[in-house]
Structure formats: C-alpha cells, structure tokens
Design a protein around this ligand. Structure first.
Ligand code: HEM
Length: 249
C-alpha cells in the first residue's frame, strides 16, 4: 500500500480507531447490505459474508484484488478513472445515481445493483466503504408493473374501440337521423338515418354548417333554434345559479 503523500489530511487517532472499528468484520457482519472496503488504490481490504454470497467469491479470493473484479468487464477501464475522480472530492453518496449499474459475479453473470459510497479518512489514507444492494427483485417488480400497466392500457383501448364500434353500429342501424355538430354548427357525424331522411351522404354533409338542413324559405331557422338552445342553456345555468344562491355567470 502506497505511503501517504504530504498533502494527505492528518487524521486523529480516534478517526483511525473508528476506521478500525468500521472495518472490523463483527460490525460489517451485522449490516444487511454487502459491504466492500477498498483502500485509496482500489484494493479490496475487507468484505462481509453478504458480499461473498452476492458475488460468489470467498473473502480470501477478494482481499487484495482491485474492486474492478466485481465490475462488469465493459466498465472496468473507465472505472479506475471514476475512482480517482471520487477520491478528489470524497463524500458519502449514491454511486452512479443516474446510471443503470450492474455488478459481476464470480461466474461472470451480472445483476443490477444499487451502491452507496462512504469515504473514511485513516492514517493509511482514504478507505471507501461501498454498500451494495442487489436490486433484481425491485427491477423485476417494476418491469412486471410496467407490463401490467401496458396490458391494462391495451385492454382499455381495446374495450373503448369495441364500445365505439358497437355505438357506431347502433347509431348507423337507427331509423332516426342522428348527427353530431360542434359548437360552431359544423356537422361532425352523420348516420345512415340522416342520409336517408336528408339525402346527403356523410361525405357531403360532414364539415358543412348545420344550416344546410334549414328549409330554403327559413334559412336562419336552425341557427336561431341553436341560438335559443344556447340561451336556454345559459338561462338554465343562470336559473340554476340563482336557485343555488351563486351569482349568475
Ligand atoms: C462492488 C463494487 C462496485 C461495483 C460493482 C461498481 C460498478 C460501477 C459501474 C458499473 C459504474 C458505471 C460505470 C460507467 O457507466 O461508466 C460505476 C461508476 C462509478 N463507480 Fe463504481 N463500482 C463499485 C465500487 C466502487 C467503489 C468502491 C468506488 C469508489 C472508490 C466506485 C466509484 C465509482 C464512481 C465515482 C463512478 C462514476 C459514477 C459516479 O460518479 O457516481 N465504485 N461503478
């Protein structure tokens, strides 16, 4: 292990004692997560049994190795640099908070991880404790939820489609003229009943103003009728408002 350069922050005896305690396997064994402690060169100096279980290595196989033994091959080269950057401003934080992180087991298989880093200054230099959590279950649940949600949306869209086509066939099979229009009076839908009664095909009627249905000698009858309808709606709102003690709009 390299000798501490002159600029290393002097540590108090209690800090070293604390680091000693922190690295003591008794304490590490009580922690739920897999814990790996590395020195300033990234060399593994301590692991707990949860780490052995999670990665499939024995303690003896890990101690003295660089931490990259647990990092997927494709990330190893840049990981050294990451550690060097971390050592410049060491602070307790989540590692790769916005990254999709994976660890690599002894058998080469990978699994999704969440890792928090805790730096400890000791007389021998910076020690970093990484607490590693296998988040496979969480990922699986999130994926299942996503799929279930997708399924619900697909089924809902399917059902809405069914309702729409059922409604369309009811409207189309009706003897009555059933037509839709927007607030400007533009015809937006036109069923077979309307075609039979008014003689316009849907292509001819849709998009036209509803006043095409007004008798030639009373061209403004329909706009006046809808005007009344709007006024009635407004007055029913006004009446409604007055009855409920609200000021009319
Ligand atoms: C089991 C232990 C560890 C595993 C599996 C692991 C794995 C990874 C992976 C896969 C990345 C993303 C690489 C990329 O996208 O470029 C990463 C990033 C990083 N790792 Fe580790 N790592 C481990 C331990 C450590 C330790 C002990 C340190 C610090 C000494 C460290 C420091 C970093 C830093 C600084 C980054 C860049 C992202 C960030 O700044 O948060 N890692 N690590």
């Amino acid at each position: 292990m390299s000798r501490p350069p002159a600029d290393r922050k002097p540590t108090s005896p209690s800090a070293d004692a604390m680091a000693e305690v922190l690295l003591s396997s008794d304490l590490l064994e009580t922690l739920p997560d897999a814990i790996v402690a590395v020195d300033c060169d990234g060399i593994i100096i301590q692991v707990n049994s949860q780490t052995q279980e999670l990665f499939g290595y024995t303690r003896a196989e890990l101690i003295g190795q660089t931490i990259e033994i647990l990092v997927p091959e494709s990330y190893r080269s840049q990981h050294h640099q990451h550690r060097a950057n971390f050592a410049k401003t060491p602070k307790t934080r989540r590692m790769g908070a916005n990254l999709d992180l994976h660890g690599r087991r002894r058998n080469g298989s990978q699994f999704p991880v969440e890792i928090s880093l805790s730096p400890v200054s000791t007389e021998k230099g910076l020690v970093v404790l990484s607490a590693i959590r296998d988040i496979s279950d969480r990922k699986r649940i999130v994926e299942e939820l996503r799929r279930a949600n997708e399924e619900v949306q697909r089924k809902t869209a399917e059902q809405i489609g069914e309702y729409r086509s059922r409604l369309a066939s009811i409207i189309d099979s009706s003897e009555d003229a059933i037509l839709g229009k927007n607030l400007d009076g533009t015809i937006t839908s036109w069923n077979k009943g309307a075609e039979r009664i008014y003689g316009y095909t849907p292509e001819e009627a849709i998009g036209k103003n509803i006043s095409i249905l007004a008798p030639n000698d009373r061209p403004d009858e329909i706009p006046r009728f809808f005007g009344k309808l709007r006024a009635a709606k407004a007055s029913s709102i006004r009446i409604g408002a007055r009855d409920e003690g609200r000021p009319p709009p």
